[in-house]
Design a protein around this ligand. Structure first.
Ligand code: PLP
Length: 396
């Protein structure tokens, strides 16, 4: 069968591949501690579930407007002002089926074949795949652990060319947990001011999962706000991954283009989820902060445990719920029939020998690292760290 060539550049995400492999081992009766997936292990708060039930009973079971229900657009506008001091009219907001679709809409509306898109690495793999689907050319900038995996202004300045159309990043970052401070963003903004043709996608889905203080959005810099697409959603902050609701806030022209695209793809986000999201966005954030407290405790434990393992180098993630240690010290080492050549070998070794599922760093453009999600119970994390420590110590 002759399938479309545009799919040749797209691979199955390693995160999903690893989850599949660990499910297979679990089906064989092996107790795998799964640290591969990026979703909160908490239940969606009851008041949000109740709002969804009410929406169904109230008859919100028909096609919603393509851009989103007016009350949800209003709630997002209120949230952006309340939490980020950002002014967006409802006509500058578009609701989609998860932040992933918001990103997809934005990339497809901005990137033409041959356009250059700058992505600092490590990055969330979906960015590169979406750019490639649009025919764009990804230009990666390597950001090392020595600078907490953050992009320096001089690196950005060097990477931008006359062909650069777009820059994409996340803060807090998946997979590194790095959070850009106001000063660090200001330094990047200074560079963007010199290159007015570059648009910016700022993925802020982990906004609340921040252990270092208050979230800063690059859209808060007035001098570039008219070039920024803010992406956010319900998945991480409200434990609503399965509900599929994301949104963008952006200049009207971009929102209108994305609405056109969405009208011919999904017709808009799930009506029931939208109604529940209005309640989530306008209610107290206490359940979110309770989750964040639990993530912080787990972060402290996991990073402490990793730092005690000889050969493992880790940053101190200030946000999100991932550890992203450098494990290159194990390359060239062996145990029994296992030989560790690279990150994938180590990830497979940990799965088979320590029974811990991780994701290799190559999936995020960082082949010296692996990603461990700490969005699971302390009991699971303690078991995983103990088993990992034993398995890594066996490698010589
Ligand atoms: N952006 C980042 C950085 C993510 O890690 C994820 C999910 O893992 C998403 C966006 C997508 O979130 P959603 O569930 O809203 O599609």
């Amino acid at each position: 069968m002759q399938l479309a060539q545009r799919l040749n550049s797209v691979t199955e995400p390693q995160t999903i591949k690893m989850a599949k492999m660990s499910r297979e081992l679990k089906a064989k009766g092996i107790n795998i501690v799964d640290l591969s997936l990026g979703e909160p292990d908490f239940k969606t708060p009851d008041h949000i579930i109740a709002a969804a039930v009410k929406a169904m009973n109230d008859g919100f079971t028909k096609y919603p407007p393509v851009a989103g229900f007016p009350d949800l657009l209003e709630a997002i506008s209120i949230k952006l002002k309340r939490d980020n001091n950002l002014d967006y009219a409802t006509s500058e907001i578009l609701v989609s089926t998860g932040a992933k679709q918001s990103l997809y809409n934005a990339v497809m509306s901005i990137v033409d074949p041959g356009d250059e898109v700058i992505i600092p690495t490590p990055f969330w793999v979906t960015y590169a795949s979406q750019v490639q689907l649009a025919g764009g050319v990804v230009k990666y900038i390597n950001c090392g652990i020595e600078n907490d995996f953050k992009l320096l202004p001089e690196q950005l300045d060097q990477a931008i060319s006359p062909h650069t159309k777009l820059f994409m990043f996340s803060s807090p970052c998946n997979p590194t947990g790095s959070v850009y401070s106001k000063e660090e963003l200001a330094a990047l903004v200074k560079v963007f001011r010199r290159h007015p043709q570059v648009l910016i996608i700022s993925d802020e889905i982990y906004e609340y999962i921040n252990y270092s203080g208050h979230h800063v959005s690059i859209a808060q810099f007035d001098e570039i706000k008219d070039r920024v697409v803010v992406i956010n959603g319900m998945s991480k902050a409200y434990a609503m991954t399965g509900w599929r609701l994301g949104y963008m806030a952006a200049p009207r022209e971009i929102v209108q283009a994305c609405e056109k695209l969405q009208a011919q793809s999904t017709s808009g986000a799930n009506s029931i989820t939208q109604k529940a999201s209005v309640v989530a966005l306008l209610s107290d954030l206490a359940p979110t902060y309770k989750m964040v407290d639990a993530f912080k405790e787990r972060r402290d434990y996991v990073i402490g445990a990793l730092k005690k393992m000889p050969g493992v180098k880790s940053n101190n993630p200030d946000g999100a719920f991932y550890a992203f240690p450098d494990i290159s010290a194990f390359f060239g080492k062996k145990y029994g029939e296992y030989v560790i050549h690279n990150d994938l070998d180590l990830s497979m070794y940990l799965l088979n020998e320590a029974h811990v599922a991780t994701v290799c760093g190559t999936a995020f453009g960082a082949p010296t690292c692996i990603r461990l999600s700490f969005a699971t119970s302390m009991t699971n994390l303690m078991q995983a760290m103990e088993q990992m420590a034993v398995a890594l110590a066996q490698l010589i």
